[in-house]
Design a protein around this ligand. Sequence first.
Ligand SMILES: NC(=O)c1ccc[n+]([C@@H]2O[C@H](COP(=O)([O-])OP(=O)(O)OC[C@H]3O[C@@H](n4cnc5c(N)ncnc54)[C@H](OP(=O)(O)O)[C@@H]3O)[C@@H](O)[C@H]2O)c1
Length: 249
Amino acid sequence: MKIVVAGGTGTIGQLIVAAGRERGYDMAPLARSTGANVLTGEGLDAALAGADAVIDVTNTMTLSAKKARAFFGTATSNLLASAQRTGVGHHVALSIVGIDNADASYYAGKLEQERLVEASPVPHTIARAAQFHEFAAQILAGSNGPFALVPRTLMRPVAAHDVAVHLLEVADSAPTGRSRDLVGPRDEVLVDLARKYLAHRGERRRAIEVRLPGRYGANLASGDLRGTDAALQTTVTFDEWLAEQPTHP
Ligand SMILES: NC(=O)c1ccc[n+]([C@@H]2O[C@H](COP(=O)([O-])OP(=O)(O)OC[C@H]3O[C@@H](n4cnc5c(N)ncnc54)[C@H](OP(=O)(O)O)[C@@H]3O)[C@@H](O)[C@H]2O)c1
């Protein structure tokens, strides 16, 4: 089975490609560095030719709703159009648990992505997951200097590796439109994870919690991102994950 991973060089994309190869799938990462661009459409048909499934984990880092909608809207439209031309049997889109009340900022792009996938004739599954354990490091990477501002975020984080394995299982199953949400085993607060991560790495920066304004900030602080009891729950905690991470850059 050939699986194309759009965004296959990113944080979760690399884990999907590696986990898929371990399980014997023919894995094909797709990114600008492999010669394909989801925004211009360049190289997509060649990359998707012969694929049984596409897992879309492309990403852009922005808090602008306009930029997020433009990125995820264009990327999703181009991938779905190429999937239709090349006869891909299953489009799997990774989205985020608990964002329905936050059609704003970055999440506006993810909801736009979901709407386009739902409306597409390409057989598809939207798979939502909670924030990755890796998310704290991603937030910290966005700032330097002695203080790192961390938005107040109530979450139930999950190891990206567990999300990768889940997405492979979804891709290798019949398209269902929407799979069950996937969350981690424990409720956490992002700033605590950021502080643990900095301590683990021996970094002297201080993480300061801030409340972000607007609907996006309210959603992060509301607990909605923790999902509901109907979600699938994984077992690897943030502390267990962190213990396996390198202590130096
Ligand atoms: N981080 C979380 O906690 C979390 C939780 C739940 C869901 N998600 C979702 O997971 C997805 C992936 O997140 P991530 O953190 O793994 O992202 P990431 O590390 O930023 O990786 C993004 C990937 O997208 C590729 N990409 C960006 N622009 C592209 C373009 N124009 N054409 C082709 N490829 C392009 C990048 O490769 P190049 O730059 O080489 O092109 C890279 O492989 C996102 O959709 C996000 O919403 C994330």
